[in-house]
Design a protein around this ligand. Structure first.
Ligand code: PGA
Length: 247
C-alpha cells in the first residue's frame, strides 16, 4: 500500500502558481511511490479540481471546513460545498488554526463528525508544544487530544481517519523531530489504539508533519510506523516537491 504525501500550501499560491505547479508535477505522479494530495487555499479547490479532471494519481485536500452546513456564517465553507468538488481529505485542528482562529476541541470534534458523514477522510492534527516536549510530555499530550475525541463519541470515530502527528515546535521552524522521537510517538499511539480496539487499529493511519524537506523525508517516511507525511514549506518549492515525490 502506497504511503501518502500531503502538500499543505497554507495561505500561499495563486492561479499562476497552480498552473505551473500542476504542469510540472503531473509528469511524476504516475510513477511516484506515494499517493499525492494537494491542499491549496480553499478558494482554489474548484479551479484545481477542473484542472486535474479527476486525475487518478492525485487528490485534493481542504485545509479546513466549517462546523455549520449552511446559514448566516459569513466567510465560511461547509463540508457539503467541499464534497461538491470531489475533495478526498480535510485537515482538521491544525495548530495554526488553534493559534490564530481559536479552534478548540469541541469544534474539532464537530468537524470530524461532519466530514466523516460525507465520506471524506479527516486528517486530525495533534502534537505538543515546546514546553511539553521539553518536559517529556509529548505522549501524554497526544493521548489527551485523541481521548477528547474518543470520550465524547467512541473509539469508532477513529475508523478510517488519518492522525497527523505535528509537534508544534517543529512546524515551520526548520527543526524536524528526530527519528527516535517520531517512532516513539507513532508507536505509542498505535499501541494505545490497539489496546482500545484491534479493528480500529487496522483502519486508521498516522502521518508525520513538521519541517519535512527533501533531505529528511526519506528517513522519516521509510519508518514502519509512519504512514505518510504532511508537508508545508517544502511542498511550495516545486523542485523540492518533485524531488520528494519522484524518489
Ligand atoms: P512545515 O508545515 O512543513 O512548513 O513545517 C507542516 C504543516 O504545518 O503541516
Amino acid at each position: 500500500m502506497k504511503k501518502i504525501i500531503i502538500s499543505n500550501w497554507k495561505l500561499n499560491g495563486n492561479i499562476n502558481f497552480i498552473n505551473k505547479y500542476i504542469k510540472k508535477i503531473k509528469i511524476y505522479l504516475k510513477n511516484s511511490n506515494y499517493k499525492i494530495s494537494i491542499a491549496p487555499p480553499i478558494i482554489y479547490l474548484y479551479y484545481m479540481s477542473k484542472l486535474l479532471k479527476k486525475n487518478k494519481y492525485i487528490s485534493l485536500t481542504s485545509q479546513n471546513t466549517d462546523i455549520h452546513i449552511n446559514g448566516a456564517y459569513t466567510g465560511e465553507t461547509s463540508i457539503n460545498m467541499i464534497k461538491d468538488i470531489n475533495v478526498k481529505y480535510v485537515i482538521i485542528g491544525h495548530s495554526e488554526r488553534k493559534k490564530y482562529h481559536y479552534e478548540n476541541n469541541k469544534n474539532i470534534l464537530k468537524k470530524i463528525i461532519l466530514t466523516k458523514k460525507k465520506n471524506i477522510i479527516p486528517i486530525l492534527c495533534i502534537g505538543e508544544n515546546i514546553k511539553e516536549y521539553k518536559k517529556n510530555k509529548s505522549i501524554e499530550i497526544c493521548k489527551k487530544q485523541i481521548n477528547y475525541i474518543i470520550k465524547k463519541k467512541n473509539i469508532k470515530i477513529l475508523e478510517n481517519i488519518i492522525i497527523a502527528y505535528e509537534p508544534i515546535w517543529s512546524i515551520g521552524t526548520g527543526k524536524n523531530a528526530n527519528i527516535d522521537h517520531i517512532n516513539k510517538i507513532h508507536n505509542s499511539i498505535k499501541k494505545y489504539i490497539y489496546s482500545l480496539n484491534k479493528k480500529i487499529y487496522n483502519k486508521f493511519k498516522i502521518i508525520y508533519g513538521g519541517s519535512v524537506n527533501y533531505k529528511n523525508f526519506k528517513d522519516i517516511i521509510s519508518q514502519k510506523n509512519v504512514d505518510g507525511l504532511l508537508i508545508g514549506n517544502s511542498s511550495l518549492n516545486i523542485k523540492e516537491f518533485i524531488n520528494i515525490i519522484n524518489n
